[in-house]
Design a protein around this ligand. Structure first.
Ligand SMILES: Cc1cc2nc3c(=O)[nH]c(=O)nc-3n(C[C@H](O)[C@H](O)[C@H](O)COP(=O)(O)O)c2cc1C
Ligand code: SF4
Ligand code: SF4
Length: 268
């Protein structure tokens, strides 16, 4: 079973590619969380996978909260939940794949620890560079189309090599940590989650054509239309999908996004 989160489609593409390679089922984390579905049953020998984007050199907060609540039964009658105690059925293989624009910092350590707190062992992890989606602060910009396409092609090549390794339940860690990883993941990450993960600065310009695409694009169902104009309702993970999917680029995030263009997987 493969649990995934994706805002702008990069991680969805990776999750779909892995799930197709493994002939596995996919569960979209925001939808499962919305519906309070935290209990799952795996067949004996079935792998447990996670796919998500990197946010500020760590896994997104919503993914971490979901993992914390997740309970997995292995085999027909054996419960393996938060305590990690298992009977005859045990988790045979646990992996994650994350997508990032450049680097992941200590995401592996953070995720491994969260699994260990549940009594689960991380067997394999993989980071994949995909087109940048975050432009919500000065200094951050999107990849050129050429660079974005190069990253997607490189990711597909890496996946073709690593999916068979996941299928064979190999142990590996192929992560691009980057420099100053401790500083970024342990100091900047918590500050970013607290201060920069909110929708207060989103607004629309007069270019808005009231099409509702931003409503459909939000994985958290946080955008509604009020008198034809989008309203952000305070439950935002800052994935920027609403911004990127607007067909007339009418959404802005303060001054940070002005003139920076748009990207989502499949747009190029
Ligand atoms: C809020 C936010 C924070 C991000 N932080 C990082 C980061 O720390 N390092 C990095 O390389 N990419 C970062 N990115 C880029 C994304 O990880 C990358 O574009 C990812 O593939 C997006 O996946 P998605 O399309 O599935 O949402 C960030 C993107 C967002 C929206
Ligand atoms: S409101 Fe926009 S940025 Fe926030 S979660 Fe929804 S789509 Fe993502
Ligand atoms: S996607 Fe853009 S044009 Fe459509 S309703 Fe939202 S802001 Fe307006």
């Amino acid at each position: 079973m493969l649990f995934y989160f994706s805002g702008c489609g990069n991680s969805k593409h990776v999750a779909e590619t892995i799930a197709a390679g493994l002939n596995d089922k996919m569960v979209f984390i925001p939808e499962a969380a919305r519906e309070g579905r935290y209990e799952y049953e795996l067949a004996e020998g079935e792998s447990l996978g996670f796919v998500f984007p990197i946010y500020a050199w760590g896994p997104p907060k919503l993914v971490m909260s979901f993992v914390k609540k997740l309970s997995v039964k292995v085999g027909p009658s054996t419960l393996r939940g938060a305590s990690g105690t298992a009977g005859s059925g045990t988790l045979s293989y646990v992996y994650f794949a994350c997508t990032c624009g450049d680097e992941c910092g200590l995401a592996e350590d953070i995720f491994r620890k969260a699994l260990e707190q549940k009594g689960w062992k991380l067997d394999a992890c993989l980071s994949l560079q995909m087109p940048e989606t975050f432009i919500g602060m000065p200094g951050f910009k999107l990849d050129t189309d050429e660079n974005a396409q190069r990253k997607i092609a490189a990711t597909d090549t890496v996946l073709a090599e690593y999916i068979p390794r996941i299928q064979n339940k190999e142990s590996f860690s192929k992560m691009t940590k980057g420099g100053a990883a401790w500083f970024k993941s342990r100091l900047i990450n918590p500050g970013f989650s607290k201060m920069a993960t909110n929708d207060k600065k989103y607004y629309t310009t007069d270019a808005c054509i009231h099409c509702g695409k931003c409503v459909e694009a939000c994985p958290l169902e946080n955008v509604t239309l009020e008198d034809g104009r989008p309203k952000w309702n305070g439950n935002c993970t800052m994935c920027m999908s609403c911004y990127h999917h607007c067909p007339v680029n009418a959404i802005q995030y303060g001054k940070a996004t002005v003139g920076k263009g748009q990207y989502y997987y499949g747009r190029l």
